[in-house]
Design a protein around this ligand. Structure first.
Ligand code: FAD
Length: 471
């Protein structure tokens, strides 16, 4: 676990045109404190969050699951971490840690070149992260400059990250990655490509995967605009003034990466195999979907609470809407359980959840989350946009507001805070970013559904069809 001051380690973080010290940005400080719940839970709930290996204690995320019980314990830990931030932090350390556990076991396929053994590098990197319980952020997606072109066919040089030079010491890289959530407050950065890297004319320089500390010379973290509201309190903005997951654009300008941190180099086939065949995709998906349910549960509960506090939940039509939300939640919970129950032991003896079940969640959960937001938004409607700033309660209008906004169902301040929460999650920039996160953080939903359709086992359905259609 690091403190915010330790992140002032020379890393080049930019915000609103200025190079900044991470410790000077209040919302970074608050977000780090929430992210550090991952470490705190190891102390406060060790029976779920830790395990022993070779007489040492590690976070449970690093455990290689060998049985369904292992996966269930990891599920519980992911859920408790997500509950500590209401599911609003997608990239807490457990997300990539669980991937590291699997990478260490499966990395041999990465092979070697004349300078280094990529499989050994990945294994040692994953073990180093585990031994030091570091927090990694990942940059996978290449900038969306022109998706119809191969990335080396785009002249800017920033359509991806590419190797400029290779020596017996390592590689020098330049270029960019599109979105890197949590980069300003992470310890280390893992860079690789999505599985369908499009290159042309024999240029393999973009086909790389490597890791690097955030303070490597030549690495720049350029943050998007912040979503908090200085001058207002967390009563006004209960979520956006408490955390911001801070997405950033990452630039590499002649950054040197030593060979021992390189996992793929000049190899398109390996670049395309890296995420899936390392096992990182499926195991990080398990963490990710458990976090997703936690967020869906929060949003569903918020819609129900809003309907209640506004005196709407006695109406049958409202109950029907709420019933849809609770049914959606049950379906998602059931599918995650199915992913665990339908798991299998892979060739390394790693108990692996069902990818079809997890991708079903990934393809569906964003719509269910949006439905919960819409329900809360429509219940709160005009009343949430009419909530005065909380400071009014302490001014000359305080007594009027206390009287006017109190109902049999809620005191004025409690009611206002609830409505502010609905506004923050459904209508303000924070909520819109959260919705976009659910739709896009795990890849383009169009491709996820296409992949799901291709992989579905329909042998029983086809057998029925064949029987019926046979003459
Ligand atoms: C809030 C947020 C946080 C994120 N955090 C991270 C992170 O930490 N690390 C990281 O690496 N990435 C991150 N991502 C990026 C994420 O990986 C990508 O957004 C995701 O993979 C989709 O890629 P894209 O945005 O480039 O969309 P694209 O794949 O380019 O698609 C954009 C749109 O174009 C359409 N489209 C694209 N190609 C075609 C085609 N051939 N035919 C028809 N339509 C097409 C898609 O359907 C989609 O609607 C984050 C994204 C968001 C929104």
């Amino acid at each position: 676990m690091h403190t915010i001051e330790q992140l002032d380690d020379g890393r080049a973080v930019y915000l609103n045109g200025q190079r900044v010290k991470v410790s000077e940005i209040p919302i970074f400080r608050k977000t780090l404190a929430l992210n550090n719940q991952y470490y705190d839970l190891q102390k406060t709930h060790p029976e779920v969050h830790t395990y022993q290996e070779n007489s040492r204690t590690y976070d449970i995320a690093f455990k290689v699951p060998r049985t369904i019980e292992d996966l269930r314990q990891k599920h519980q830990a992911y859920q408790e971490i997500a509950q500590s931030n209401n599911g609003m932090l997608g990239r807490t350390p457990d997300f990539l840690d669980t991937g590291m556990a699997i990478l260490a076991e499966r990395s041999a396929f990465l092979g070697h070149n004349e300078y280094t053994d990529f499989g050994e590098n990945a294994k040692h990197y994953a073990e180093w992260i585990k031994e030091n319980d570091l927090f990694i952020s990942h940059a996978l997606q290449n900038p969306q400059l022109d998706r119809q072109k191969a990335i080396n066919g785009i002249p800017s040089g920033y359509a991806g990250v590419h190797v400029l030079e290779r020596t017996d010491k390592g590689i020098v890289v330049s270029g960019a990655k599109m979105v890197n959530t949590m980069a300003p407050i992470a310890d280390d950065l893992l860079v690789f490509n999505p599985p369908e890297l499009l290159l042309e004319k024999g240029d393999t320089s973009y086909a790389v995967a490597f890791a690097t500390p955030l303070n490597t010379p030549g690495v720049k973290v350029i943050c998007r605009k912040l979503l908090d509201h200085p001058g207002y309190t967390e009563d006004d903005y209960p979520l956006s003034n408490a955390l911001d997951e801070i997405d950033a654009y990452i630039v590499f300008d002649h950054a040197f990466i030593p060979w021992n941190k390189v996992f793929v180099e000049n190899d398109v086939e390996m670049s395309n195999r890296f995420f899936i065949e390392s096992g990182m995709f499926i195991h990080t998906s398990h963490q990710d979907e458990v976090r997703g349910i936690t967020k869906l549960e929060f949003a569903t509960s918020l819609a129900i609470r809003t309907a209640h506090v506004l005196g709407l939940d006695g109406f049958l039509g409202v109950q029907e809407k709420l019933g849809r939300l609770t049914a959606n939640l049950e379906l998602i919970k059931g599918t995650i359980t199915r992913s665990e129950e339908e798991g299998h032991l892979d060739e390394f003896g790693i108990y692996t959840p069902s990818q079809q079940a997890l991708l079903a969640v990934r393809s569906t959960l964003p719509e269910y989350f949006e439905a919960a937001l819409k329900a809360a938004q429509h219940f709160a409607a005009g009343s949430m946009v009419g909530v005065p700033g909380f400071a009014e309660f302490d001014g000359e209008n305080g007594p009027i507001l206390e009287q006017a906004l109190t109902t049999d169902l809620a005191e004025a301040k409690d009611r206002s805070k609830l409505l502010n929460l609905v506004f923050d999650l459904t209508t303000a920039g924070f909520g819109q970013r959260q919705l976009m996160y659910e739709y896009y953080h795990g890849g383009d939903p169009m491709r996820i559904r296409s992949m799901h359709y291709h992989d579905e086992d329909l042998s029983a359905g086809n057998a029925m069809l064949d029987k019926l259609l046979k003459r």
